[in-house]
Design a protein around this ligand. Structure first.
Ligand SMILES: C=CC1=C(C)c2cc3[nH]c(cc4nc(cc5[nH]c(cc1n2)c(C)c5CCC(=O)O)C(CCC(=O)O)=C4C)c(C)c3C=C
Ligand SMILES: [Fe+2]
Length: 422
């Protein structure tokens, strides 16, 4: 069926019987990857109108802007991260996918449903579990992985940096938590809002994408005098102290500037995702001074070892009266800092039940970093290498790299600059 015919069909009122006949009835209608039916169901989410960022919505982050949301946005309490496999075969279909997602993303970030939920003759266009909640600071961040450029010929538009990350010492990567053609990072101050957003975006793309892997995560953000403080990871250490803090710093470290890469990536960035299992039982048997030596910071305050407050300078060359390093040379922060490059970390803890093989917690950190060049991450990870004292307590299980598009201008669509170059 041509796109035009499909659109005409959905402008008409159709009976429940006709509907069921078309969708193959019931449960099959929600399966991802079902061919044929996908196009029909996607029409429910299709909305070609240019949606506005609402100004009167509580807890709302703007969709339109120079950069995508969910990067320099202050961290929310929850993430639902999805890595997708693309099923469509042509670049036109791929562009259409992002065209369909754009108005839906605006509506989701407005705290609205993605489509009509009142017509009793058809399945509601929105799955509905976020109804009655406000926007909960939902952000949506879209990126494309190296594998997408193997499936589609983008000519010379593939940036040389967009390739699989190298193997690192201590990696025990599993294919089921690695890679992906497209990523959607949904962060919100509510787990259901984050999940709902991804669920509905995938539903709009029924038959056009399938879910490769996903990870839900959480962060508890302590508040002091109405201001958010650095969250703690599952080792109880403040995580995210040393990060770019303002827009000028982000332009130096995170966002690709004109001339620094392919033009479609100007204003974009690279997202590294690493699923890192944390061996909590081993950590919990470790003495506090050993824990602090692992990071090079005090657990309570987050201050550099030998100092008293979190944001005091981390001087890794400082010596004690015996001439010994105050911050151990094998500590995580010593080695990370020694690489002499920076990135933006925006990680979330996860707890996903039990490890079958050991009966221990399947818990850890969905480490996410943003940087204008993946080599920033690679240099730090290589510096951590085999030396990082934290290695005793962690295992890297998953890995992925995505090039995140620049922000979207009203009237444009997510990733348009890439498709316009073709
Ligand atoms: C390659 C990049 C990094 C990975 C992977 C990574 C994993 C990881 N980190 C923690 C906990 C902490 N990390 C901290 C600082 C820190 N970590 C990295 C990089 C990676 N971490 C950098 C660049 C830095 C900042 C170094 C600096 O310049 O000071 C800290 C200290 C507090 C902070 O600055 O946030 C903690 C704690 C875990 C638990 C983890 C994987 C499970
Ligand atoms: Fe770290």
């Amino acid at each position: 069926m041509t796109e035009e015919k499909k659109d005409n069909l959905f402008e008409k009122k159709i009976s429940r019987r006709q509907m069921l006949k078309m969708t193959g009835v019931g449960a099959a209608g929600v399966a991802i990857g079902a061919s044929g039916m996908g196009g029909i169901l996607s029409a429910f989410g299709r909305n070609n109108a240019v949606e506005e960022d609402k100004t009167n919505v509580k807890n709302k982050v703007k969709f339109y802007g120079k950069n995508q949301s969910g990067i320099m946005t202050p961290s929310q309490t929850n993430i639902y991260f999805a890595s997708l496999t693309v099923l469509v075969k042509t670049k036109a279909e791929l562009a259409q996918l992002f065209k369909d997602w754009t108005p839906a993303a605006v509506k989701l970030m407005n705290g609205e449903t993605v489509g009509d939920v009142t017509n009793i003759m058809v399945p509601p266009a929105d799955t509905g579990e976020a109804v009655g909640l406000d926007a909960k600071n939902l952000t949506l961040t879209f990126g494309v992985g190296p594998s997408l450029f193997k499936k589609f010929d983008f000519g010379d538009q593939k940036p040389k940096e967009l390739k699989d990350l190298p193997h690192f010492p201590k990696d025990q990567l599993q294919e089921e938590y690695s890679g992906g053609d497209i990523c959607i990072q949904a962060c919100a101050d509510d787990p259901q809002v984050a999940f709902h957003a991804v669920r509905n975006l995938i539903r709009i793309a029924t038959g056009r994408v399938s879910l490769k892997w996903s990870q839900a995560g959480f962060n508890a953000i302590p508040m002091k005098n109405g201001k958010p403080e650095t969250p703690r990871n599952l080792f109880a250490f403040k995580d995210g102290t040393e990060n770019p803090r303002d827009a000028a710093d982000a332009d130096r470290v995170v966002f690709i500037q004109s001339g620094e890469s392919k033009s479609w990536l100007t204003g974009g960035t690279y997202l590294v995702a690493r699923k890192v299992q944390m061996h909590l039982e081993t950590w919990d048997r470790t003495a506090l001074d050993e824990q602090e030596a692992t990071f090079g910071r005090h657990r309570d305050t987050g201050a550099p070892l030998g100092k008293t407050s979190e944001f005091e300078a981390m001087e890794i060359d400082r010596k004690d009266k015996n001439g010994e390093n105050v911050v151990p040379e094998t500590s995580h922060v010593f080695l990370a800092k020694k690489a002499n490059v920076r990135l933006l970390r925006r990680s979330y803890s996860y707890a996903s039940g039990v490890m079958d093989s050991t009966g221990t917690h399947d818990a850890g950190l969905l480490f996410i970093s943003f940087q204008k060049d993946p080599n920033q991450f690679i240099k730090i990870q290589n510096s951590l290498g085999r030396m990082d004292k934290m290695n005793e307590y962690i295992t890297h299980r998953g890995s992925a790299l995505f090039a995140c598009f620049p922000g979207v201008k009203k009237g444009s669509f997510i990733g348009e600059a890439l498709f316009n170059t073709l």
